[in-house]
Design a protein around this ligand. Structure first.
Ligand code: HEC
Ligand code: HEC
Length: 354
C-alpha cells in the first residue's frame, strides 16, 4: 500500500511538474506571440510597411521634403477614406465622443494629448508641443516608435501618400490649424510678383494666368524648404520677396498686425514681460536673449532673429520651434508677417539693414 501510494504520489508530482513546466514554458513563449495581432494589423493596414518604414525613418530630411510636396497635392476625400482605419477607435465630428482613442476634431495644431475627458498614456502625455503636420506624420507612421508607451495599438499608415491625404483630412476638420505648407508658401510668392513686377516677372507676363503661377510654385517649394530645413540659411530667391514685402509695409499695417501679439507681449523700450518676453529690439538680437524664462525649444535655438527666422517662426511657431511656449497658431498671410517684421524693425535699433 505504502509503496503504491508513494508511486501514485510520485506520478502525480511528475504530472504536476509537467503541467507547471508547460505552463511556465507557455508563459515564456506567449509574449513572443502577443505582438502577432498587431503584426496582422500592420499587414492589413499597409502591406509594404516593413519595406518602407525603415527607409523613411532612416532619412528624416527627404521624408519631410516629400511630406510637403505630398501635402501640396493631398486629397481630402482620399484622406477621409484612409481615416476609416481609425473609426474603430476614434470619432471625427465636432464634439464627438472619445472611444478607445480621443475624438480627433480639431487635432491639427492642437496641443498633444489635450482632449478633455480622455486619459492619455504617459507616452503621449509626456510629449510637448502641438500636433504639427510633422509630428502627425511621424506618429502616424509608427505610433509606438514616435511615442513609446502609447496606448494607440495601431501599426501605422505605411504609405507616405496615404498619410498626407489623412493629414489633409484631419486639417480640414481642424478650424484652428495653421495653414498647410502649400497654403502658407503660396501666399508669399503670390504677393511677390504682384508687388515688384519690374524685378522678376516681365510686365507682359503678369496679366496672363499661367506664367506667374509657375515661378510662384517653384519659389514656394524653395521658401518652404528654406523655412523648414535651414531657417537661418540666406536663400536669395525667398529673401528677395520677404525683404521687398518688409520694405513696402506701412507703419500702419504693422501696428494693426501686432494687435494679435499684445495679449502676450509688450513692445516699448524697457517694457515688462507678459506671457511672452518684451519685444523691443528683437530684430537682430540673439534668439531667446531677454531676461525671461524661455522654453528649451527656443533657448536651444542658435543664432539671431534675422528676418528669415522671424518669418519662419511667425508662420508656424510650434513648427519652427517644436515645444515653444508661444501658443500662437501663426500668421498665414506673408504680407501680414512682413508688416509685423517691419514694425518690429522700427523698434529695433540693432536691426540689420534690408
Ligand atoms: C486600436 C485603436 C486605435 C486605432 C485603430 C487608431 N487609434 Fe489613434 N489613438 C488610440 C488611442 C488609445 C490613443 C491615445 C494614445 C495614448 O494616450 O497614448 C490615440 C491617439 C491618437 C492621436 C493623438 C490625439 C491627441 O489628442 O493627442 C491621434 C492624432 C490619433 N490617435 C490618430 C489616429 C489616426 C489618424 C488613426 C487612423 C489612421 C488612428 N489614430 C487609429 C487608438 C487608436
Ligand atoms: C498666447 C501668447 C502669445 C501670443 C499671442 C504671441 N506670443 Fe510671441 N511669445 C509668447 C511666448 C510665451 C514666448 C516665449 C516662447 C518660448 O520661450 O518658447 C514668445 C516668444 C516670442 C518671440 C521670441 C522672442 C525672443 O526673445 O527670442 C518673438 C519674436 C515673438 N514671440 C513674437 C510674437 C509676435 C510678433 C506675435 C504676434 C504676431 C506674438 N509673438 C504673439 C507668447 C505669445
Amino acid at each position: 500500500m505504502g509503496v503504491q501510494i508513494q508511486k501514485m504520489l510520485g506520478a502525480l508530482l511528475f504530472a504536476l511538474i509537467l503541467t507547471v513546466g508547460v505552463g511556465l514554458l507557455g508563459d515564456i513563449v506567449f509574449p513572443t506571440h502577443e505582438p502577432q495581432p498587431e503584426d496582422e494589423t500592420a499587414a492589413v493596414a499597409g502591406k509594404e510597411a516593413p519595406a518602407q518604414a525603415p527607409e523613411q525613418t532612416g532619412q528624416p530630411a527627404p521624408a519631410q521634403a516629400s511630406l510637403e510636396q505630398l501635402l501640396a497635392s493631398a486629397d481630402v476625400s482620399a484622406g477621409k477614406a484612409v481615416a476609416k482605419k481609425c473609426t474603430a477607435c476614434h470619432t471625427f465630428d465636432e464634439g464627438g465622443a472619445n472611444r478607445v482613442g480621443p475624438n480627433l476634431h480639431g487635432v491639427v495644431g492642437a496641443d498633444i494629448a489635450a482632449k478633455a475627458g480622455f486619459s492619455y498614456s504617459k507616452g503621449l502625455a509626456g510629449k510637448e508641443g502641438a500636433w504639427t503636420i510633422e509630428n502627425l506624420d511621424a506618429f502616424l507612421t509608427k505610433p509606438a516608435q514616435w511615442a513609446p508607451g502609447t496606448k494607440m495599438t495601431f501599426a501605422g499608415v505605411s504609405e507616405a501618400k496615404d498619410r498626407a491625404d489623412l493629414i489633409a483630412y484631419l486639417h480640414s476638420i481642424s478650424p484652428d490649424a495653421p495653414p498647410l505648407p502649400e497654403a502658407s508658401a503660396k501666399a508669399a510668392p503670390e504677393a511677390q510678383p504682384a508687388e515688384e513686377p519690374a524685378e522678376e516677372a516681365p510686365a507682359e507676363q503678369a496679366p496672363a494666368d499661367e506664367p506667374p503661377k509657375q515661378p510662384a510654385e517653384q519659389a514656394s517649394g524653395e521658401s518652404e524648404r528654406a523655412a523648414v530645413a535651414a531657417p537661418s540659411a540666406p536663400e536669395a530667391g525667398g529673401n528677395g520677396g520677404l525683404v521687398a514685402m518688409i520694405a513696402q509695409a506701412t507703419p500702419d499695417q504693422g501696428k494693426k498686425a501686432i494687435r494679435k501679439c499684445t495679449a502676450c507681449h509688450t513692445f516699448d523700450e524697457g517694457g515688462g514681460n507678459r506671457v511672452g518676453p518684451n519685444l523691443h529690439g528683437v530684430v537682430g538680437a540673439d534668439i531667446a536673449s531677454k531676461e525671461y524664462r524661455y522654453s528649451d525649444a527656443l533657448a536651444g535655438k542658435d543664432g539671431a532673429w534675422t528676418h528669415e527666422n522671424l518669418d519662419a517662426f511667425l508662420t508656424n511657431p510650434a513648427g519652427w520651434a517644436p515645444g515653444t511656449k508661444m501658443t500662437f497658431a501663426g500668421i498665414k498671410q506673408a504680407e501680414e508677417r512682413a508688416a509685423v517684421i517691419a514694425y518690429l524693425r522700427s523698434i529695433s535699433p540693432g536691426a540689420p539693414p534690408l
